[in-house]
Each structure stands twice: as C-alpha cells, then as structure tokens.
Design a protein around this ligand. Structure first.
Ligand SMILES: Nc1ncnc2c1ncn2[C@@H]1O[C@H](COP(=O)(O)OP(=O)(O)OP(=O)(O)O)[C@@H](O)[C@H]1O
Ligand SMILES: [Mg+2]
Length: 306
C-alpha cells in the first residue's frame, strides 16, 4: 500500500490552473522530493493533501484512506511543516506546541514536547513568545510541530528556509533519521537542489501545475546530456586545440586567451577517449575543469522551457 496516492488532482484559482491533473504516489518509508519554479503549484498540492484547501477534482488517498471520509484517522497520522507556517504570535513556544498536541491527539505530549525542544535546540526559548523569535528559530518551532504526533506521512514545504547552515544540516539529519526509524513517507519541497538530491530517493518536477519527470536524481540528470569541459592550455596552443576539437566534431563553447571550453556527451566514454587524443597530440594543460550536469541545470532547463 502506498502512503500517499494521488490521481488526477486539480485546483484552479480563477483562470490560474494551480494544479493540473497531477498523479503520483509515495511509498511507505520513501523520501519524495518535489521541485518546481515559484508558483508551480507545489504548496497548493500539499494544501489539498493536508486538508487546508479543497480540491476541484481528483482522488487523494493517505495511508489507504480517503481523508474526506476518515479525517480523524488521517489527521492524527500525518503532519506538515513549513517555514511559512502561521503560528499564533501571542503564544510562547511551549504553549503553541501544547495547542498543536491537542489538535493531533498526542497522548504523552509534555514528554514529547520536551524531547523535540531538545532535538531542535529550542529548550532555552520555550517560554519566549513566538513573535519575539528570529525567523530561523520560528522555523525550528514549525519543524518540531511537524513531528509532534510521530507522523507516518510528513509534508515538509521549504522547511529549511532561513536556517543557518549548521542547524539546516542537523535538521536534514534528523529528518533522514526520522524517516528511517519510523518508516515514514516524507514529501519534501525545497529550492535547495543539493538537499533534495541528498535526501530524496525520487524527485518530481512540477511546472505550471503539471507534474513531469518523476525519477531518481541520477536518471533525471541524464536528461541534460552534456558535460562541460574547460581547459587551460600551455604554450599558447589554445587556438590549435580549438581547431583540433572542431575536427573531432566537438561543440566548442568558447576560446579566450589560453582557455578552451567545450561540451561532450555525458554518457559513454566519449570524454575519456577525447582526452586521450588531446594528450596524444601533445597538448599540455595547466588547468582542467569538468562540470557534470546537475539537478540545478535540469531545473533551469525545464523552468525556461515553460
Ligand atoms: N489562494 C489563492 N488564490 C489565488 N491564487 C493562488 C492561491 N494560492 C495559490 N495561488 C496561485 O496558484 C499558483 C501556485 O501557487 P503555489 O503556492 O502552489 O506555488 P509553489 O509551487 O508552492 O511556489 P513557491 O515555490 O513560490 O512556493 C500560483 O500562480 C499562485 O499565485
Ligand atoms: Mg510553495
């Protein structure tokens, strides 16, 4: 049984098709990433899955249940964290977490809250009002809130925004440990490609409300078929190298002073064979930079194509 199952989910705001017939599933214990430009429909999708927003059409199943029919069951077993979560400003950190514990029916909530305060380095802030927290501290409260009920399905919508690198790293580690220990399904959005790649088994790209290219990051990067190579050539032979590359049918990107940049197919041994030929021709290099395709390259390519 999939933890999240979505079929032909759609939502429009006036003329804007925010989510356009989206289908996907997330397995138990899977860390699933959703990438997409601003306004792609990621948060709208999460809001429909977590009951914050009514769908126009389509089917949602969480832990095998229809949330509309079994809301109490589903609500107590899922949670959502986002850096932008609206938490009441007048409450203190502990008071706010108390309130959410009641909403999610957390039994031993005092112990659970203390444990999360320690995990997210918030113990010293527990009696401070939310309005007085820094944005990163507030985000940590939102993440702690997301784990209050030990959710089997957890939505993390840009949950590491505004965290300093140290806390962001600790948060990612905690999330991964949580996913492994509990076998939770985690649905993760972020604009930081490296963390999506680090955490997520499968990644989906959402653009203009449509979900495309759901795959592992390794497979997704194959869509960008080119590796870029930049060489700094010794003995003023850059122009000769450029001519040699052109003869070899290589796409030369530019030549400038003693630098030559070109593209080759990422798959197969094309680059390896080409390098051997270059050295066999007696070219000497004083620097070499090989840039393999990244998820960011793919993101930019897909986003610009829209
Ligand atoms: N309540 C609303 N009323 C009208 N339009 C909305 C509403 N909520 C979202 N939209 C629109 O729906 C589209 C999708 O927005 P959404 O917040 O889901 O994008 P997103 O992928 O989460 O973007 P970001 O990366 O910026 O968070 C956008 O065009 C947005 O302006
Ligand atoms: Mg969003």
């Amino acid at each position: 049984m999939n933890s999240i199952e979505v079929r032909s989910l759609s939502k429009s705001f006036g003329d804007v098709k925010a989510v356009d017939s989206v289908s996907f599933s997330v397995k138990k214990g899977e860390f699933f990433g959703l990438l997409g430009p601003n306004g792609a429909g990621k948060t709208t999708t999460i809001n429909m899955l977590t009951g914050l927003l009514e769908k126009d059409s389509g089917e949602i199943s969480i832990l095998g249940k229809n949330p509309n029919e079994d809301w109490e069951y589903v609500k107590n077993r899922m949670n959502v964290s986002t850096a932008y979560f609206p938490i009441s400003d007048v409450l203190t950190v502990r008071q706010a977490l108390n309130v959410y514990s009641r909403i999610f029916g957390v039994k031993d909530y005092k112990r659970k809250i203390s444990e999360l305060l320690v995990k997210f380095e918030l113990s010293h802030l527990q009696d401070r009002r939310i309005i007085l927290l820094s944005s990163g501290e507030r985000t940590r409260v939102a993440i702690a809130k997301g784990l209050l009920n030990d959710p089997e399905v957890l939505f993390l919508d840009e949950c590491t925004v505004g965290l300093d690198p140290d806390i962001a790293d600790k948060t990612r580690t905690l999330m991964r440990e949580y996913q492994k220990e509990k076998g939770a399904a985690i649905f993760f959005t972020s604009h930081y490609m490296f963390e999506v790649e680090m955490l997520c088994g499968r990644i989906g790209f959402m653009i203009n409300g449509r979900l495309l290219n759901v795959d592992t990051s390794a497979n997704l990067k194959r869509i960008i078929r080119k590796t870029t190579v930049e060489m700094v050539v010794k003995e003023g032979r850059a122009k000769l190298l450029r001519d040699f590359l052109l003869e070899e049918d290589v796409d030369v990107l530019f030549m400038e002073d003693n630098r030559v940049a070109f593209e080759v197919a990422s798959s197969g041994d094309r680059l390896y064979r080409l390098m051997n030929k270059i050295f066999a021709q007696g070219f000497k290099l004083s620097d070499l930079h090989i840039k393999r395709p990244t998820l960011e390259d793919l993101f930019i390519k897909l986003a610009r194509r829209k």
